[in-house]
Design a protein around this ligand. Structure first.
Ligand SMILES: [Zn+2]
Length: 472
């Protein structure tokens, strides 16, 4: 689905008649010798001498030039072959790295407790280099849809948002979520929310299989996609139903619970300590997901917060929290310490969670990533943390960037225009003052974010969000 089908292209809002100008710019480029550059309507910026990590997983290419023209990437060439067109603004890329904008695939507009955080998140996402998000379940879908439109129309700085319907759950689940009574009601729900503009549906832990099957089938009829934070339904059951994505990975794979009754929700977490990743059950599970082409969304940033021996948020993230969020975090940390002797969240379990993601990818699976929010995990910085943890899991930096960019774009059906650095792609780019392939933490050193070609400096956006993320 093209952005212009949904909200009007973001190019249209930055420059009137953006589409027309894009066509014209190609004509101008072709006719450059006959048509003076001074009449070219589109601003041009070139980042020169930069290392390119292009989103495909290919190794970094050093000493490159990336030419941005209007809202598009116009050229990606070795610096020695680059002759900037007259009037091009030159940005020195020496010692810097450029990557595609992150595609966040578990990026809610709320935090637990249902506080709508979309407006604060919008700026933080951009500041952290996130230019597209899929919200993976909405607590306030009308506000989320409105925010997505505001951004698309240029009234607010933010990423392109692919909105979600209200979460769907079932008996025993949260009463705040939708619980369609039967398959017909589930289909009506999907049609209604599709009409209102949502792109994704999210099945939550207690969804009944018959409801899930109806949601998935009807969503696909409407050109929409479905993901799930599953429990009552196993990954394999959902895969066979045709679900598009599954959230969180190993910790919610109830396939591995030995005596799980159908339709019952039993946590997989207690068995992880004893789980043998080389067991046939794990291999079969991964093989089923790969065969059914189901994506898995890594949410390591939020999961990390459950482990007492893991970092609990950097100073930058903590500075964004509201006082109420800080109080919650303090209570959470006290609980972690109180539970330290008996916790199931051990370092051995952490290693298995990472290894499972590695194995899934090694088997041909498509891994996506998103931070999920709550505790110390905030938009933008949380997405960066997700990248760092994928590298810790054993992926190379280019692989981890692919997971965070092109894989997400493919899962959204948008890989013809975002998710990689190549001519013709939208100029959603992150210029980093460092080398994340050398040190993953350099991903935090965002110097400039290009959003559809518009250069944005993170600092004012971060300042505007200080003390404002989380419940009031
Ligand atoms: Zn979530």
């Amino acid at each position: 689905m093209q952005r212009s089908d949904r909200f009007g292209s973001r190019g249209d809002k930055m420059i009137p008649w953006g589409k027309l100008l894009s066509v014209l710019s190609v004509y101008l480029a072709l006719a450059a010798t006959a048509w003076p550059d001074s009449e070219a309507p589109l601003p041009r910026t070139a980042v020169v001498g930069v290392t390119v990590i292009d989103g495909t997983g290919a190794p970094p290419r050093a000493d490159m030039a990336v030419l941005i023209q209007g809202d598009r990437i116009a050229a990606v060439v070795p610096r020695r072959d680059f002759a900037p067109p007259a009037g091009t603004k030159i940005v020195d890329g020496t010692g810097k790295t450029i990557i595609p904008g992150f595609v966040g695939m578990h990026d809610h507009t709320h935090v637990p407790g249902n506080t709508f955080t979309g407006e604060v998140a919008a700026g933080l996402w951009i500041a952290g280099g996130v230019t597209t998000v899929m919200t993976a379940g909405s607590a306030e879908p009308e506000r989320e849809l409105a925010l997505a439109r505001e951004i698309a129309q240029g009234e607010r700085i933010g990423p392109e948002i692919l909105p979600s319907a209200p979460y769907i759950s079932g008996p025993g689940g949260s009463p705040a979520m939708a619980m369609p009574a039967d398959a017909a009601a589930a289909r009506a729900f999907v049609r209604d929310w599709s009409k209102r503009g949502v792109q994704w549906f999210k099945l939550y832990r207690h969804t009944e299989p018959a409801i899930a099957a109806a949601v998935i089938d009807e969503a696909h009829r409407q050109g929409r996609r479905v993901t799930g934070h599953l429990c009552s339904i196993t990954f394999a059951e959902a895969a066979v139903m045709g679900i598009d994505g599954i959230e969180h990975g190993l910790t919610s794979a109830t396939d591995l619970v030995p005596d799980k009754e159908p339709r019952s929700c039993r946590s997989a977490v207690p068995l992880l300590d004893a789980l043998d990743l080389d067991s046939p059950e794990v291999s079969r599970l991964i093989a089923t997901l790969v065969a059914q082409d189901v994506t898995l969304t890594s949410t390591l940033a939020i999961l990390e917060g459950r482990f007492a021996d893991r970092p609990q948020g950097d100073a930058r993230s903590l500075a964004m929290l509201t006082p109420a969020a800080r109080d919650r975090l303090a209570a959470h940390r006290a609980q972690l310490e109180a539970d330290a002797a008996t916790t199931r969240w051990t370092s051995a379990v952490w290693e298995k969670i990472l290894a499972f993601e590695r194995r899934f990818v090694a088997a041909g699976g498509t891994l996506l990533t998103g931070p999920d929010f709550g505790r110390h995990v905030v938009p933008g910085f949380g997405n960066q943390r997700g990248f760092e943890l994928l590298v810790e899991a054993g992926f190379t930096a280019p692989q981890a960037i692919r997971i965070a960019t092109l894989n997400g774009a493919e899962a959204l059906g948008l890989s013809d225009r975002i998710g990689r650095i190549a001519p013709g792609y939208e100029a959603d780019l992150v210029l980093i003052d460092g080398d994340p392939a050398r040190d993953a933490r350099d991903i935090r050193k965002v110097e400039t974010v290009f959003v559809n070609g518009q250069a944005i400096t993170p600092a004012p956006l971060i300042e505007a969000a200080r003390g404002r993320f989380g419940p009031q």
